[in-house]
Design a binder for this molecule. Structure first.
Ligand code: GLC
Length: 557
């Protein structure tokens, strides 16, 4: 039987099979889909988005001033990485007060104005919740370290060493060195999975759990539509503190490789997520997870039993396909489609080298950036964009150790250059500092800001930004893209990734040339009408694609 026949069968099956209504959830549409399943999320690193007061660091008023830009782009919710008071050792991921705004970013009044400005434009605000650890300057920790009998002593994880200069066990901090720090005041060690300035909270203490759940309630009351939960897999540790197995070799920080069997992914994590979810449900909020999983079974666990944990665990396995491989992406999309919850796609964030560089070949980077947009924004699932991705922002890695701001880049240099490169200021226009700030920004903008900036790209119909806008607009209006099923097409094609999104007798076909050669893809369909295309034309049921070209087309069966 010919390949074409099976494509036809797939088209017909997909058209027949789609449109089956799911269980109707509260506030859901006819298909049982909630708002966050139709939404496009956009991650903002507040230090680097827009600087309203000219101090070189972005702020909340800056974000508010860009709300119209976000609306026009097609964003429905923004996730802001931590903007709470913090000594900024880990740029906000070391929180010293969970219920306030760092003066560097503004005030609670500014926050309320931002929420209002968002609401007026249909943009929800998602905050970043850092449950695993606080700053070592948090009042809880300052009290905890003051004496062995302090009221907050048991809010953190304190243990005796194994002997003079010997920590309680062999656990290694993700950010380098032992995960234990000796504190002479009380002659004990405290545990920190990340920096020593980020002591781990003791979630086995009910007082900690209560304080943290209350914090989420506090923000929900202030108008927050949900949280992105930071580093959820690290919440619990083995009470017996058993040593982690040691693996061969050393990591980028020069520490022995270990398998984090006893300090990550403990089953208790899921008990706690269920509790956080209960509170979220009372507020109609959504929980997104920083879920680094290595297989679908692990990812499945984060959805909970019957959907009682995270609505949106991120599929980071998708980001580990670090090359344009139709076969690998096909496999990964199929895998996440087999998971028991709604897929969540990201291609970049503040911890990952920008997608522009990860997928780019140095020659066709803009075309590839467009291809990736046409890809992950048309899949069945919710995308989370990273600021600047829509204009083809590139990594701007430091070239000298003394310029590095991210501490892991200083301790791990040169093997680890840190994460500064993917956190540079948003490029608004071609003026000095890319229009981000009047003063020198906290991180330098790359030279490419001259061509890759919002003002220039808004004028150019072929820009990366224009393509993003077109795809996002389509995503919000086309029912097959919003509600439809996913069916892979031409699965033996090594170069062109193709699939159908189908709903109630209508279908959209997506064809993506992941190769640097011209390709033709044949589909057994009556005809195709291009909806959004770049470097591709439809001829009958076939598509001719330039290198890295993409076609999103309506199918006439
Ligand atoms: C998460 C954040 C990262 C941070 C770490 C510690 O991985 O995304 O930026 O450094 O948690 O909070």
């Amino acid at each position: 039987m010919s390949g074409r026949f099976w494509v036809m069968v797939a088209v017909v099956m997909a058209l027949l099979g789609s449109g089956v209504a799911g269980a109707q959830a509260k506030g859901a549409d006819a298909e049982g889909h909630a708002w966050w399943q139709h939404a496009v999320f956009y991650e903002i690193y507040p230090r680097s988005f827009a600087d309203s007061n000219g101090d070189g660091v972005g702020d909340l008023n800056g974000i508010t001033s860009k709300m119209d830009y976000l609306r026009e782009l097609g964003v429905d919710a923004i996730w802001i990485t931590p903007c709470y008071p913090s000594p900024q050792v880990d740029f906000g991921y070391d929180v010293s007060d969970y219920e306030n705004i760092d003066p560097m970013y503004g005030t609670l009044g500014d926050f309320d104005r931002m929420v209002k400005a968002g609401r007026e434009r249909g943009i929800r605000i998602i905050m970043d919740f850092v449950p695993n650890h606080t700053s070592d300057q948090h009042a809880w920790f300052l009290d905890s370290k003051s004496s062995r009998t302090a009221a907050h002593r048991d809010w953190y994880i304190w243990r005796d060493g194994k002997g003079p200069g010997k920590p309680p066990n062999n656990w290694i901090s993700l950010f380098g060195g032992p995960a234990w720090k000796y504190d002479a005041t009380t002659d004990q060690y405290y545990y920190h999975f990340f920096y020593a300035a980020q002591p781990d909270l003791n979630w086995r203490n009910p007082a900690v759990e209560k304080a943290m759940l209350d914090t989420t309630r506090w923000w929900y009351k202030r108008g927050v539509a949900g949280f992105r939960l930071d580093a959820v897999d690290t919440l619990f540790e083995d009470p017996e503190l058993r040593d982690d197995p040691v693996l061969p070799g050393v990591n980028k920080q020069g520490d022995p490789n270990t398998e984090n069997v006893y300090n990550t992914n403990l089953p208790e994590v899921h008990t706690e997520l269920k509790k956080l979810r209960k509170v979220a449900d009372e507020a109609g909020a959504v929980l997104i997870g920083e879920t680094w999983t290595s297989n679908i079974a692990q990812l499945d666990k984060y959805y909970g039993n019957g959907g009682d944990e995270l609505q949106m665990p991120m599929d980071f396995m998708f980001t580990t396909v670090n090359k344009l491989s139709a076969a690998e992406f096909r496999r990964q999309v199929a895998a996440v489609n087999s998971a028991r919850g709604w897929p969540v796609f990201v291609i970049g964030n503040h911890d990952l080298v920008r997608s522009y560089n990860r997928y780019g070949n140095g020659k066709n980077n803009d075309a590839i950036a467009k291809l990736m947009a046409a890809f992950y924004l048309t899949l069945r699932g919710t995308p989370i964009m990273y600021y600047g991705e829509e204009i083809g922002m590139e990594n701007n890695d430091p070239t000298r150790r003394e310029d590095v701001k991210d501490p892991i880049g200083r301790t791990g240099w040169p093997a680890e250059k840190g994460r500064d490169g993917e956190r540079t200021p948003m490029q608004w226009n071609g003026a000095a500092n890319a229009g981000f700030s009047e003063k020198a920004p906290w991180l330098p903008v790359p030279a490419s800001y001259k061509t890759h900036n919002v003002a220039a790209e808004e004028k150019n119909p072929d820009s990366v930004l224009s393509l993003y806008k077109k795809v996002l607009a389509l995503r919000h209006t086309n029912e097959a893209l919003m509600e439809g099923s996913y069916t892979a097409l031409n699965e033996d094609d090594a170069n062109v990734m193709a699939y159908l999104r189908s709903y109630k007798g209508k279908a959209v076909l997506v064809a993506l040339n992941m190769s640097g050669e011209r390709r033709e893809a044949r589909f057994k369909v009556g005809g195709l009408r291009a909806l959004v295309a770049s470097g591709a034309v439809a001829k009958g049921g076939d598509v001719e694609l330039e290198p890295f070209g993409e076609m999103i087309a309506e199918v006439n069966p």
